[in-house]
Design a protein around this ligand. Structure first.
Ligand SMILES: [Zn+2]
Length: 237
């Protein structure tokens, strides 16, 4: 099957759901990713790993809410060690950079595309465990180490890779974030900084002025600065 997806700015910016299919009431993914994603879930299941999506598609408005809650101090901002940052002493630009370590700008989240997902495996976690989505949980001694090992060995067979496999000075390392290469590379290529800036200007985002002033630098450091997909990722025929 060929994956010639009609990409438009609504999909890039998280302002439409036409490209999605819902797996449950709250989890949606790109419809052209469903077959390979399901095959990966089935393969993991044969090794007793219940590969589950913690976060799939996210809309512009949802990302805007997450952003504004962090900017206003409603939800805590963490550094890469999981420590909470005190925003009081930060300049608006420093605050923007602290948020961007873990949260994308609305309009610039790969979760808008539907082909990027955050995953975990509830069945290998201790009972009543509250998932934090912090790197240590996925490392060797962490409760999700088994999942990480499995994904490193098998995810590429289904077209998936880790765009935040290592910290490159932008977004933090995210060992839970998978990207489906056949679609993601098309969205990544189609990214348009002017449409993003326009969407942000039209929105109620907190920190708007400093974001718009620094949008080129933000795009370079966070949006375009993702890990290159390994060459062993299998593309669908
Ligand atoms: Zn993610």
């Amino acid at each position: 099957m060929q994956y010639s997806t009609q990409i438009n700015s609504g999909q890039l910016l998280g302002q439409t759901e036409e490209h999605l299919c819902y797996l449950s009431e709250r989890v949606a993914i790109h419809q052209h990713m469903k077959a390979d994603f399901t095959a990966m879930v089935d393969a993991a299941k044969t090794e007793n790993i219940e590969l589950t999506i913690a976060s799939g598609f996210r809309s512009f408005d949802r990302q805007l809410l997450l952003w504004n809650n962090k900017f206003s101090g409603k939800t805590p901002i963490k550094n890469s060690n999981g420590e909470i940052i005190e925003p009081k002493h930060l300049s608006p630009l420093e605050l923007v950079h602290s948020i961007l370590l873990y949260s994308a700008l609305p309009g610039a989240s790969r979760h808008h595309w539907g082909c990027d997902i955050d995953v975990y495996a509830p069945n290998i976690l201790p009972k009543n465990y509250q998932l934090q989505l912090e790197p240590w949980e996925y490392h060797e001694q962490g409760p999700l180490a088994l999942l990480s090992t499995w994904l490193k060995q098998h995810a590429h067979h289904f077209g998936f890779y880790f765009p935040y496999a290592i910290f490159q000075g932008g977004v933090a390392k995210e060992p839970w974030h998978l990207s489906y290469l056949p679609l993601a590379k098309q969205y990544q290529q189609a990214f348009d900084i002017d449409s993003l800036a326009q969407a942000l200007k039209n929105s109620d985002i907190l920190g708007k002025q400093v974001i718009i002033e620094n949008i080129a630098d933000i795009a370079k450091r966070y949006i375009n600065n993702v890990c290159v997909a390994p060459t062993n990722v299998i593309l669908p025929k």
